[in-house]
Write a protein that binds this ligand. Structure first.
Ligand code: ZN
Length: 72
């Protein structure tokens, strides 16, 4: 676990936010943290260790295309 703690990339742009205190990945759905999908900075109490940490949320867009709109 020490390796993760010392690696800033372990906390960067993860699919699930990782607590910088206990290093757990926090499941958005298991913890019903849907508001984290708003693109802004948040402060939460870690559901695993209870310590507060900050999260910056960022959305990734995907585009699906078809020849006609009713095919989407
Ligand atoms: Zn934690």
């Amino acid at each position: 676990m020490e390796e993760i703690k010392d690696d800033p990339m372990a906390f960067y742009r993860n699919e699930d936010p990782r607590c910088p205190h206990c290093l757990e990945s926090i499941s958005i759905s298991d913890n019903e943290l849907w508001y984290l999908y708003q693109e802004e900075c948040h402060e939460i109490d870690c559901p695993n260790c209870g310590k507060e940490f900050a999260i910056s949320s960022e959305a990734t867009w995907r585009f699906t295309t078809a020849k006609e709109i009713d095919e989407l």
